[in-house]
Design a protein around this ligand. Structure first.
Ligand code: GLN
Length: 201
């Protein structure tokens, strides 16, 4: 962060797992603000879109008046980290979504809602994130990833870098200052992915 000040990261707080993201970000020396209304976007250095229920979040983004201003901030290059339902909200294509479900189409991936199927609604897996980002401590120890009715990435465009896969399926990816994960990095005490994101804010 230029000037050494603590970054101010908004956490979309319409629904879902926002409080755990706040705790993770704060433990990585960021300040956080719950985002519920357009004014809450003022002065943010980054934004986290948490897991939850993407259809509900889509509806609340519209009724709160947040959808358009967030879309504009994303186009202006705001750093964004979308996890699980947040990943669905950022995806170019949402498969098995509700017909009225909206997404920001901000990262060139196609995701299938609940794509891991009912029999494994939720599961946990250790995933390797190859590459060595020393500052964030990545590339040394695997991440314990918690998947909860997770979206499955079905295709990835050329502008997207896949950072980690599980069983050959991308589960963590980035495109510029945007990061998406199909799992819940805020539910484990390992905050290296939040640190990685904070390098971009
Ligand atoms: N299945 C949820 C959805 O479609 C996402 C689940 C989650 O965020 N843990 O929005």
């Amino acid at each position: 962060m230029p000037g050494g000040r603590r970054p101010l990261v908004g956490v979309l707080a319409l629904q879902g797992a926002f409080a755990a993201h706040q705790r993770a970000l704060e433990s990585c020396a960021a300040d956080t603000r719950q985002v519920r209304l357009p004014d809450d976007l003022d002065g943010l250095d980054g934004l986290v879109m948490p897991g939850g229920e993407s259809t509900t979040m889509s509806r609340l983004l519209t009724t709160s008046g947040l959808f358009e201003p967030i879309g504009e901030r994303i186009e202006d290059g705001l750093a964004v980290f979308g996890t699980c339902a947040g990943m669905i909200l950022l995806a170019r294509d949402v498969l098995d979504g509700r017909p009225d479900q909206r997404s920001f189409a901000a990262i060139d991936i196609a995701v299938r809602r609940n794509g891991y199927g009912r029999q494994i609604d939720s599961f946990e897996a250790d995933i390797d994130v190859p590459g060595t980002d020393r500052e964030a401590g990545i590339g040394t120890v695997p991440f314990h990833a918690v998947f909860i009715r997770a979206p499955k990435v079905e295709s990835v465009g050329p502008s997207v870098t896949v950072l980690a896969e599980h069983d050959g399926v991308p589960v963590l990816a980035r495109s510029g200052r945007m990061f998406v994960a199909s799992f819940h990095p805020e539910l484990t005490p390992d905050h290296r992915l939040h640190s990685l994101f904070l390098q971009e804010v």
